[in-house]
Design a protein around this ligand. Sequence first.
Ligand code: P6P
Length: 343
Amino acid sequence: MDGKGIGITLTRHIYESQQVHPEATGEFSDMLNQIAWAAKVVSREVNKAGLVELLGLTGEKNVQGEQVQKLDRFANEVFTSVISGSGHFCIMASEEMAEAQPIEASAYKTGRYSIAFDPLDGSSNIDVNVSIGTIFAIHRRVTEGQAGTEADLLQPGRKLVAAGYVVYGSSTMLVMSTGNGVHGFTLDPSVGEFLKSHPDIQIPARGKTYSVNEGNFPYWSDGVRRYVAYMKQKDPSTGRPYGSRYIGSMVADVHRTLLRGGIFMYPADSKDPLKPHGKLRLLYECSPMAFLIERAGGAASTGRSRVLDVEPETLHQRVPFFAGSVENVREAERFIAEHDEDG
Ligand code: P6P
C-alpha cells in the first residue's frame, strides 16, 4: 500500500515504470490500460455467467450452452473491439479467429505493435465454475505500411515487449510484465480498479508440485513417462513424491506454478495425429507464459529448447510446454535428452 493506504493502481504502476523509460511514450501505458479495460468488461460477464449457472438450476440447458459459447464470442468481441479501436496495433491474432486481422492505420495513428491473444482460455470450464483466463502477447511491429502483416505476429517470444494474463477466479487478477519484473494486480470491483497486490513475483528455484494431465500417460514419450514416474517415487531425501495439482485451465495452472513453484507441463503426445506437439498454442499461450515465467526467474522449455527461441511458422502452431521452477524444468529436459530419440 502506498502512503495513503489506498493501494497502487495499474495505471499508476504503468505511469511510474514509464518514468524509468523516458523513451516510452504514453502509448505503452494507454495500450496496457486498454487491455485492462477489456479485462474488466469480460470479468463482469464471466461472473454473471457464474450467476446464470447458479440460476441455471432451472435446467435451461441452451441458456448455459449459449452462455459459454456467448462468452467465448463475447470475450473475443470485447478484445478485438478495444484492440482495433486503440490505435496502437497494426494487426491482431486471436485463438477464436482462423486468420489474423490487419488493423488499418487511421488518419491520426499507425499502430506500432502487434498482439496475439486467447480471449477466454479454458472456457469449457465455466459450466463447472473453474477459473478461466485471457492471455495476451505484444510485439513491436517489424513491417512498414498502412496495416500490419503476419510477419509482425510470427516473431520469437524473446522479442516480446509485453505479455500477461487475466485469471477470472475467486478474484480477477491481471499478471503482466513489460520486461522489468512480473507484477500482479487484483481487481477491486467496488471501484473498478486493478490494484497492485503481487509486486515483483519471483518463482522459487525448485518446487514440489507437478501439474499435468496424467490421463495422457500412455501417449507420452519414454522420457516424459520416466520423468513423471520419477516425481511419484518415494524418496524423502529429495522431497518425493511430489504433490500433483491439475486444474485443466492453463491460466490457473500457470498462475499457481508462478506463485508456488514446481512445473506445469503439456507434453507432446501421440493421442491425436493432428496434434503431435501437444495441445497448447505457441503464439498466444506458450510464448506469453514463457515470457512471464522467465522474467519471474523461472524457465520454459519445449522439452528440448527454450520456448522463447522458437521461430513461429504459423499463427496457431502448437509446441510441447514444460514451464516453472528452473530446477524442475531442467530435470524434465534431462529425462527427455536421456531417453527420447533426438528430434
Ligand atoms: P486437457 C483448456 O481447454 C486448454 O486449452 C488449456 O487451458 C488447458 O491447459 C488445456 O486445454 C487442458 O487440456 O487435454 O488436459 O483437458
